[in-house]
Ligand binder design. Structure first.
Ligand code: PAF
Length: 290
């Protein structure tokens, strides 16, 4: 006898219907917040969420509050139809597609959150207001949905650390899962929605970021590793905004490398596209193949 499967994906456009659905799932609900333009990295988050056996809700919202550059916001890829298809195939249970007015009603106040210095370094210093915007939208989404588990990609390492602070201060019952960065199998380039703005040649050259981060962690000294990494990025035409080796979870520059407690972090530009990546020391499975 032949059988067939029917998959469903519930799409919520309004917070009131979403709140009712989520309210019936207080015992266990996984939430994956995204800005859409989904790729295998997002699908890995959905896969990890599904592995818990709990229902999985994904949100797609390009959050204007976290963009300090209006051109970057305008160019951010929007591919909702394709995203819904991918989420359907990945087995997500529901998707929330809110409008800005829905998430930012006029009565909404700023969120009081102590970030312990994370608000001053790296992404925060190059993108003023970015984390305030991230915290604002996540506080709103977590309050509406009240998930038990939330999933974030480790590619945005500083964001993961900021979310840890948000959860500890305002949502102590939520369990946060930081999922390893999905990478291109050949080049090791971290998957990102922004990669689709790179040319074929750019995509190949951007692979240098992953190798540079590994070089930074494997020099005879941290300074030597960083110098080698910088040279390698420049040779590949990548304009560096920051490249450093930091201790975790405070993200302060360090000269000491400790397993799981040290990361190399990078942001820069290639073909006018801003890319970020990081490697945590314990992540590196083997010496790079040059
Ligand atoms: O990482 C992202 O895509 C965004 O910063 C997030 C967490 C969805 C908040 O808008």
């Amino acid at each position: 006898m032949q059988g067939f499967w029917t998959l469903y994906l519930i799409v919520f456009y309004h917070s009131n219907t979403l709140e009712t659905w989520a309210g019936d799932r207080r015992e266990g609900l996984c939430f994956v917040p995204t800005m859409g333009a989904l790729h295998a990295g997002h699908l890995l988050l959905v896969e990890k969420a599904k592995a818990t056996g709990m229902p999985v809700l994904v949100s797609i919202f390009v959050n204007p509050a976290q963009f300090n550059n209006p051109e970057d916001l305008a160019k951010y890829p929007r591919t909702t139809e394709a995203d819904l298809m991918l989420l359907h195939n990945a087995g997500a249970d529901a998707v929330f597609l809110p409008q800005a007015e829905e998430l930012y009603p006029t009565w909404l106040n700023g969120i009081d959150l102590e970030l312990g210095g994370l608000e001053r370094v790296f992404e925060a210093s190059f993108r003023p207001g970015h984390f305030e915007g991230v915290v604002k939208v996540l506080h709103r989404l977590f309050s509406l949905i009240q998930p038990t588990d939330v999933f974030f990609g480790q590619k945005d390492l500083q964001q993961c650390l900021v979310v840890e602070k948000l959860i500890a201060a305002h949502f102590p019952k939520i369990k946060q899962h930081n999922i390893h960065t999905a990478r291109d199998r050949m080049s090791g380039l971290a998957l990102s929605s922004r990669n689709r703005r790179l040319s074929e040649e750019g995509l190949k050259r951007a692979g240098a970021i992953n190798w540079a981060l590994q070089l930074a962690l494997q020099g005879t000294t941290v300074a030597a590793g960083l110098a080698e990494a910088l040279q390698y990025l420049e040779k590949n035409g990548i304009e560096v905004e920051y490249l450093d080796v930091v201790s975790l979870p405070d993200m302060l520059p360090t000269t000491e490398i400790k397993d799981g407690k040290t990361a190399a972090v990078f942001a820069g530009y290639l073909e006018g596209v801003r890319l970020i990546d990081n490697r945590i020391y314990e992540d590196i499975p083997e010496l790079p193949l040059f």
